[in-house]
Design a protein around this ligand. Structure first.
Ligand code: CP3
Length: 507
């Protein structure tokens, strides 16, 4: 979305890029070498401090400017001026060259492609400039900086986080200027930037490096321009301190090497110390001050049933045969296991609130495999326990898939927002919930593989279903899948912002 993009001064040496940027936003003030007559004039303009962004499409442009500055004896002044403004580069060679010059790009395009580059700059310029100015004002040295080095003023103080953001207002069922959107699995393998940060690293090892998970969290929120960030972590590592051997196997997904199949095994499980998840709290403490105060941070956990499903099946499952058989054959051991998990999850989520999240999502991804009667007997007491014991300071989202038959029961268990998948009609589901809670959803993630025209059409249909009623958070019905085109994800976010801002959907 092009938000308040007026009046930014963008410096460009590449004439064809100037035209392209201008086509995105006619009001943007552009300065190209031709307009300024000479390279010297261009350098002087940057030195004078009026420029907000500078864009490079080739290393020669950088070299030429630095040489020009050196010839005019401006080297130090010019480098200093460059450190104060947003530097956008179209490819990795520009980024690498800048680094050899002790300068750091603030934005690097996903692809060395002009239209991708200009489109990204057009939608993100305002946010990038605000962030850069905040950093410069705070005296932050931005050469070599990472996103986690950024500190917005006073963001540690809960009172200074904007509680009126569109996402938090929607969680509370209040009116919003537009429909807020964030996406389950918004950081992940579909992103080139994620794959670059991940490198050859094992996913589980990665989850335990707060500097890395914090950077990934911030990278996704910044690139997508979504209305909330979600801490990058996974639901399964909490099983490790209980005594489970967890591994993420390439091509297979998560595997538990010692699944439990008996009541005795439950008795032998350790009690989880929530301190074992310090790396998650540490990442939250890094992300929060680096995230704009207007963007809430979501913490999360797996719900007891979904965690038990992995712990008993030993991995992903189609029919959930082992977990259900366990539940039916030994209800006593089942409840003991669920209680243990519910206590761990509650402690874990409350610790995330203490560390600095503004909202929580409980993922009961696989609970949709149960009948309503079984949900009531085997699950509801435990999810109910969690919601009843969370610090009420932050709103909660209760998410599951395939839960069309369970929505009323999920609401009974708790959550300010109920997550809906695409198998239910949003209007009908919300009506069934008596508009008593906010709802989140519910685009089929597979739609993101189709054309942007089709994506927009389906986004519009969902907004129609929500009908402008306060308390709708746009999301997918499940997570973004690997291989999803990044520009389709961005097209969805922009379409939701644009269509809902135009208020065609009045309650
Ligand atoms: O949403 C976000 O951006 C935060 C990150 C996040 C991940 N997992 C990262 C991840 C979140 C919120 C989760 C939750 C999660 N993890 C759930 C609940 C949501 C859902 O999708 O139902 C579940 C069931 C898991 C368990 C899990 N972790 C699975 C099934 C897999 C394998 C997925 C696959 O397609 O192979 C993981 C690994 C995982 N978690 C990855 C990511 C980015 C991929 C790991 C990699 O980079 O190789």
């Amino acid at each position: 979305m092009l938000r308040d993009f007026n009046g930014l001064l963008i410096a460009i040496l590449d004439r064809s890029l100037t035209d392209e940027i201008a086509s995105y936003h006619g009001d943007t003030v552009l300065a190209s070498v031709e307009e300024l007559d000479s390279l010297d004039g261009f350098i002087q303009t940057i030195n004078s401090g009026v420029v907000d962004l500078i864009l490079f499409t080739e290393t020669d442009q950088i070299r030429c400017l630095l040489d020009g500055a050196a010839a005019g004896d401006f080297t130090a002044q010019f480098r200093d001026a460059l450190r104060q403004i947003v530097i956008g580069v179209m490819d990795a060679s520009c980024a690498d060259f800048l680094r050899t010059q002790h300068l750091t790009p603030d934005f690097e395009s996903d692809q060395p492609d002009r239209s991708r580059f200009t489109a990204s700059i057009a939608r993100l310029a305002h946010a990038l400039v605000t962030k850069k100015r905040t950093a410069v004002d705070a005296g932050l040295e931005t050469a070599y900086w990472q996103r986690i080095d950024m500190k917005w003023p006073h963001a540690f103080d809960q009172h200074n986080i904007n509680t009126e953001s569109m996402f938090l207002r929607a969680c509370r069922g209040e009116t919003t200027d537009y429909t807020p959107i964030w996406l389950n699995r918004q950081a992940g393998r579909y992103q080139r930037a994620y794959m670059n940060l991940k490198g050859e690293m094992d996913f589980l090892d990665m989850c335990k490096i707060p500097e890395l998970t914090a950077e990934i969290t911030l990278m996704a929120a910044e690139r997508l321009d979504v209305d909330a960030a979600i801490i990058f972590a996974d639901i399964l590592p909490i099983l490790q301190p209980l005594g489970f051997h967890l591994e993420y196997v390439k091509g297979t997904g998560p595997v538990i090497h010692n699944p439990i199949r008996s009541g005795e095994a439950v008795d032998q499980l350790e009690e989880v110390s929530i301190d074992s998840q310090q790396y998650v709290y540490e990442a939250i403490r890094m992300v929060r001050p680096a995230l704009p105060p207007t963007i809430p941070l979501i913490g999360f956990s797996g719900a007891p049933f979904t965690l038990a499903a992995y712990a008993i099946e030993g991995g992903g499952s189609k029919h959930f045969q082992h977990v259900k058989t366990f539940m039916y054959n030994d209800p006593g051991a089942w409840h003991a296991f669920m209680e243990k998990l519910a206590r761990a999850v509650t402690g874990y989520l409350n610790a995330q609130i203490e560390a600095g999240v503004q909202a929580l999502q409980l993922f009961d991804s696989w609970v949709g495999c149960l009948s309503p009667d079984d949900y009531r007997e085997f699950v509801l007491p435990h999810t109910g326990y969690i919601f009843a014991h969370l610090n009420p300071r932050v709103p909660t989202i209760h998410f599951g898939t395939g839960t069309g038959a369970l929505l009323e029961l999920m609401r009974e268990a708790g959550g300010d927002v109920i997550g809906l998948d695409w198998r239910v009609d949003l209007a009908e589901a919300w009506h069934r919930l008596e508009y008593d809670v906010a709802v989140q959803g519910n685009l089929d993630p597979i739609i993101l593989y189709s054309s942007t025209k089709n994506i927009r059409k389906h986004a519009e249909a969902i907004l129609h279903k929500a009908n402008g009623r306060p308390g709708h958070i746009f999301n997918l019905g499940h997570g973004i899948l690997p291989g999803t085109p990044e520009d389709h994800v961005i097209a969805l976010i922009d379409a939701v912002h644009e269509l809902s801002t135009n208020k065609q959907f009045n309650h």
